[in-house]
Write a protein that binds this ligand. Structure first.
Ligand SMILES: *Cc1c(COP(=O)(O)O)cnc(C)c1O
Length: 364
């Protein structure tokens, strides 16, 4: 027998597998899962009904290019359907971009507390992840521009960012784009765009339409409540979209996800309800937590980051205290934020339970 063993490509064994938000605690039957930025409102009833109806035709392959979904998205958002690509979650699109544009020795740039998937996508392709410092837990455009080298191939930017919840205005995105070489792909990850009300915010459609090196990614996992189905999309220059269509799997998104996406994107009334629930709770959570001595950056997403550093208590003790009460928040140590926890906005009862429990914890 041969003593040789298969060896993966460089970078792959440097990856620490992604661990999602916890979904259960030992001994608890009913939990509040506030660890993955899911919506407490669930999915649109129209999307749920469409999935049920599809149960009788599971033998058929889905629409390979997700064309009907792309057209529904284009119609609702006023976009050009030919510049769209759908993916098995926006994570797939983020990974496809890395496999198309970054390889061994190349650099993939993102900010210090940027979404973990960017690092994984870089390493999976043998590229070097490079992090630029942030200012006050917020993307720093000058720091990103200063970190660009001859080897930079991709810049991933989550706006708003997860797990910090902070954002930069669109004018700053334009300044970033203007300072980048044209051969660097600028990825605007707008997973939480639907939640943002700020007047100076834009997800990036207009920049996509006037550039050849920009792609914006969006997801049905967050405000649309379809995380279980894995469906997201990208809106990019014709050149980038052509490349991604070449390398995506022939049937990369499934039929249930496509039909649910179509119904969900057309049900903007439901999206508005989700937004209003969030608008009600983000200020209450932010002020309540700050009132207890926690540091909380202003969030425009559906989650808040809380820093225990100045409370004399640790984030991990807080996490355990909450777990015992069936409340699951997200540890963000893997983002270099050891003294913090991230909490997604839950139902009224869940949010109140977290506030009450944290007060108890901090007074104990
Ligand atoms: C949740 C999230 C996504 C979405 O991932 P999906 O694969 O579409 O579920 C993308 N980017 C960021 C920053 C996120 O927080």
């Amino acid at each position: 027998m041969s003593t040789l063993t298969p060896t993966p490509k460089p970078g792959i064994l440097d990856i620490t597998p992604y661990v999602g938000g916890k979904s259960s605690v030992e001994g608890a039957t009913k939990v509040a899962k506030l660890s993955s930025n899911e919506t407490p409102l669930g999915a649109s009833p129209k999307a749920r009904a469409a999935i049920r109806d599809l149960g009788d035709s599971l033998q058929f392959y889905p629409d390979g290019g997700s064309r009907a979904l792309a057209e529904a998205i284009a119609e609702v958002h006023g976009l050009d359907a030919s510049r769209l690509v759908c993916g098995n979650g926006s994570d797939e699109i983020l990974s496809l971009i890395a496999s198309a544009y970054a390889g061994e020795g190349d650099e993939v740039l993102f900010s210090e507390h940027g979404f973990l998937v960017y690092e994984l996508a870089a390493l999976a392709n043998g590229a070097v992840p490079v992090k630029a410092p942030e200012t006050d837990l917020t993307t720093d455009v000058d720091a990103l521009l200063a970190a660009v080298t001859d080897k930079t191939k991709i810049l991933y930017l989550a706006n708003p960012n997860n797990p910090t919840g902070t954002y930069i205005p669109f004018s700053e995105i334009e300044r970033l784009h203007a300072g980048l070489r044209g051969d660097i792909v600028l990825v605007l990850d707008a997973a939480y765009a639907e939640y943002v009300r700020a007047e100076d915010y834009a997800a990036g459609e207009s920049l996509v339409e006037r550039s050849s090196n920009v792609i914006m990614t969006r997801t049905f996992s967050k405000i649309y409540g379809l995380a279980a189905l894995r469906i997201g999309w990208g809106y990019g220059s014709p050149e980038i979209i052509d490349v991604l269509h070449r390398i995506r799997g022939p049937f990369n998104t499934n039929a249930l996800a496509q039909i649910a996406g179509i119904e969900a994107v057309r049900d903007q009334e439901f999206v508005e309800q989700a937004r209003q629930h969030n608008d009600k709770w983000i200020p209450i959570l932010t002020q309540s937590l700050r009132g207890m001595g926690l540091k909380v950056p202003s969030s425009v997403g559906n989650f808040v980051l809380m820093d225990f550093a100045e409370t004399g208590k640790s984030a991990s003790d807080a996490e355990q205290f909450l777990n015992k009460r069936g409340l699951i928040l997200r540890s963000v140590a893997s983002y270099g934020l050891d003294s913090c926890l991230r909490m997604s906005v839950g139902t009224d009862d869940e949010n109140r339970a977290v506030i009450d429990s944290l007060r108890e914890f901090l007074e104990s």
